[in-house]
Design a protein around this ligand. Structure first.
Ligand SMILES: [Zn+2]
Length: 187
């Protein structure tokens, strides 16, 4: 599977469910993909997540720091799929302050350490879609994806039907990753 194919599956609707709480639902084919108010932080999915309170299975947030949070993708490519997100509504790497940039990277590293501890993946995709042309579902609010991978994890359902069969619920993913979260947070 190419990275292009992998990242292209993510749209704003795939993370919108995080605000409402974890769901067992598989991603729905043909779900709405457009953020109707992409410039308005009041309706931005990631801004709503940032305002949703401390980490809990209900909001899917795994960790919150001074400038950054780590949250489960409500419609994961694979179980454990998480995202490191600046709490501030910024679109580009260049928009980040130095402190935000440092903490975002630290949060991605810590999230990956938790993924490794919880899932023992054979590999991890870490990446970002910068801009709509690159496939970003929410191009106005920067976010880094981390997805655990295993050899042969591309099955015919993913390749043909754009459907993912996930072996655990988001609440289970939250419990596993929280249990594996390195002591000391994202530092
Ligand atoms: Zn935002």
């Amino acid at each position: 599977m190419s990275l292009e194919r992998l990242w292209a599956g993510w749209r704003s609707a795939y993370v919108a469910g995080t605000v409402a709480g974890p769901s067992d639902d598989a991603p729905s084919v043909g779900a709405p993909t457009d953020d109707p108010h992409p410039d308005d932080p009041a309706v931005c999915v990631f801004c709503r997540i940032a305002a949703s309170g401390p980490p809990s299975p209900d909001n899917g947030v795994l960790w919150v720091g001074p400038t950054t949070l780590v949250v489960l993708n409500a419609y994961p490519y694979a179980s454990g799929h998480l995202m490191a997100v600046p709490r501030r509504h910024v679109a580009t790497l260049g928009d980040l302050t130095e402190d935000e940039a440092v903490e975002l990277w630290a949060a991605a590293r810590t999230g990956i350490a938790a993924l490794e501890g919880a899932y023992r993946p054979e590999g991890i995709n870490l990446g970002a879609n910068l801009g709509e042309a690159a496939g970003a579902g929410i191009p106005r609010h920067l976010h880094l994806h981390a997805v655990p991978r295993w050899r042969g994890d591309t099955n015919f359902m993913t390749a043909v039907a754009d459907t993912r069969v996930l072996p655990e619920t988001l609440a289970s993913s939250w419990e596993r990753l929280t249990a594996a979260w390195p002591a000391g947070g994202a530092g």
